[in-house]
Design a protein around this ligand. Structure first.
Ligand code: NAD
Length: 532
């Protein structure tokens, strides 16, 4: 997972007239094939095949990429910097099991492979690292910086986080002691009151416009001081409460910008960071569950044609849940209830022990099985419900009961324990209970996701497309739903369906990388193995 390779790609060469390797990029033709399905009055489905051809152009030059984390001094922030430094300087450390080498295990980009095709002579599958599909930044090459409301320097913050082994921390201290997070914005109403004693590194005043300008300036300065070609900003700070969506305040981009000017109380710190990134033309990813992307913020990204992605890292329980729920429903088994209990002892857990912040997490975790359930109307019926007073008919889908509980237990530190019960209906009225006890080091799961999100977001800024026959190449749509694999409550293009299925999310990502090379993604048909 640590092997270094030039970011300019070069491992894969597609031999086809529709894929051209040019001096500055890869130009590829790709036909998107699908089906339009219409249900007629008799309940019959009429299917029409569709196809549309696009040209993708991916710039090859990655350049020098900056990664700015909001919440740099937290458990995730310190672990990201420490992992990057340990890999970059090849620092190994002793544990009771022997010598441990640094790596990027858990990163889909750096530690997973894609099936490219078969070797004609042997008929065997050929897999390549996902990071070799297209030119991508290597995580060792990021320039990492960012903000925190806590002034503690990064070496001390790493010790405070208690995530990494002492023999590694000891060697990293000299690399991290000089690094201090930039002062940040603190609106106490948005995070738990129990965080107040951390807040000693603040941008002064309560003028939100001045705060926005300050953050924009920080991004610009980071870029010029480090001679960067591009920057990605990512929120891994505390979970905030939800912002209320108020007409006239945050519903449109103009209203949101005006509300920032007026220092309106419903504009959260994370939204200020998102707006600052959008206005600076850099991608912004939200790794926490709150609704940073109020409608006005999404509209602003659209207007500026910049990129946003969110919400909430999908690191542990939810990832397993989206896999298990899909397995059950696709196996024709009917989950009746899913009950999830979590306890964790880190500062994230402390912040989430406050009701309004927990509520953000609860919402984010709640909808992860919705699309699997909605996809199977044989198991989950849709019934018409009539409102007595108005006679209005609405269709309501059956749904498994689903609860999520989170408790703060300081003793377990950064280890998060998740207990999930899946209670399902089997054949002939039978019942099945499955219990999963998932114990994981929270930040060691989140850190590789942060690298993946930043690497892929940067890549997607270099991809442009045009429908065949049109003259102009355009950037992708602003909301980067291709990042859904790493996110619990994926933000998607308004009006389109959220896909929570982990399999489908991964297929979409693989399919997209292949499309940029002009390749099809129908590898699992394996027709050659089914015919004579
Ligand atoms: P943490 O509490 O250790 O770190 C958060 C940091 O953000 C703290 O250092 C805090 O001082 C800082 N902060 C708070 N408000 C800030 C602001 N306005 N500006 C700048 N800094 C600010 O938490 P963590 O374990 O690193 O998790 C970070 C976030 O990621 C949390 O919101 C958590 O819910 C989310 N998340 C984590 C995981 C995971 O670790 N597995 C999974 C999903 C989501």
């Amino acid at each position: 997972a640590t092997a270094r390779r030039s970011p300019e790609g070069g491992l894969i060469k597609v031999e086809s007239d529709s894929t051209k390797y040019e001096e500055e990029g890869i130009r590829a033709k790709f036909t998107d094939r699908g089906a339009d399905v219409v249900k007629d009055a008799d309940g019959k489905f009429s299917v029409k095949k569709t196809e549309k051809t696009y040209e993708f152009y991916t710039k090859s030059k990655v350049g020098k990429v900056g990664l700015m984390l909001v919440g740099l001094g937290g458990n995730n922030g310190t672990t990201v910097l420490a992992t990057h430094l340990a890999n970059k300087h090849q620092i190994s450390w002793r544990t009771r099991d022997g010598v441990q080498q640094p790596n990027y295990i858990g990163s889909v980009v750096r530690a997973s492979t894609v099936r490219l095709g078969i070797e004609p002579e042997t008929g065997k599958d050929v897999f390549v690292p996902l990071s070799d599909m297209l030119p991508m930044v290597h995580p060792n090459d990021f320039v990492i910086g960012g903000w925190d409301i806590s002034a503690v320097p990064m070496d001390q913050a790493m010790l405070r986080a208690k995530v990494l082994e002492w023999d590694l921390q000891r060697q990293l201290i000299p690399h991290m002691e000089g690094v201090k997070p930039l002062p940040s914005i603190y609106y106490p109403d948005f995070i738990a009151a129990n965080q107040a004693d951390r807040a000693d590194n603040l941008i002064e005043g309560d003028d939100k416009q001045a705060h926005l300008d300050h953050i924009r300036n920080d991004i610009r300065k980071f870029k010029s001081d480090n001679e960067l070609d591009s920057v990605v900003v990512l929120w891994t700070a505390n979970t905030e409460r939800y912002a209320e969506i108020i007409p006239g305040v945050n519903d449109t981009s103009d209203n949101l910008l005006k509300s920032i000017k007026d220092s309106h109380e419903e504009v959260s710190p994370s939204t200020i960071f998102a707006v600052a990134s959008i206005l600076e033309g850099v991608p912004f990813i939200n790794g926490s569950p709150q609704n940073t992307f109020v409608p006005g913020c999404i509209e602003l990204a659209e207007k500026n044609q910049t990129f946003i992605g969110g919400d909430d890292f999908k690191s542990g329980q939810t990832k397993v849940k989206s896999v298990l729920a899909e397995f059950l429903v696709n196996a024709g088994i009917k989950p009746l209830s899913i009950s999830s209990y979590n306890h964790l002892g880190n500062n994230d857990g402390k912040n989430l022990s406050s009701q309004r912040q927990f509520r953000s997490k609860e919402i984010s975790k709640s909808s992860v099985v919705d699309d699997m359930v909605a996809a199977n109307h044989l198991l989950y019926k849709t019934a018409a419900e009539v409102t007595a007073e108005t006679g209005e008919v609405t269709k309501k889908g059956e749904h498994p009961d689903h609860i999520v509980v989170i408790k703060h237990v300081p003793a377990v530190g950064d280890s998060k324990r998740a207990i999930d019960e899946y209670y399902s209906e089997l054949l002939m009225g039978g019942r099945n209970v499955m219990n999963i006890f998932n114990e994981c080091e929270d930040s060691l799961l989140a850190t590789p996701l942060i690298f993946d999100l930043a690497i892929l977001a940067e890549l997607l800024t270099r991809v442009t497309y045009k429908p065949e026959g049109e003259a102009e190449y355009k950037p992708l749509y602003s909301v980067l739903s291709l990042l859904s694999y790493m996110l619990k409550a994926p933000l998607v293009k308004p009006g389109t369906d959220v896909v929570n299925s982990l399999n489908r999310q991964r297929n979409a990502l693989e399919g997209f990388l292949k499309a940029c090379l002009g390749l099809e993604n129908n590898g699992d048909l394996l027709l050659n193995t089914r015919i004579w």
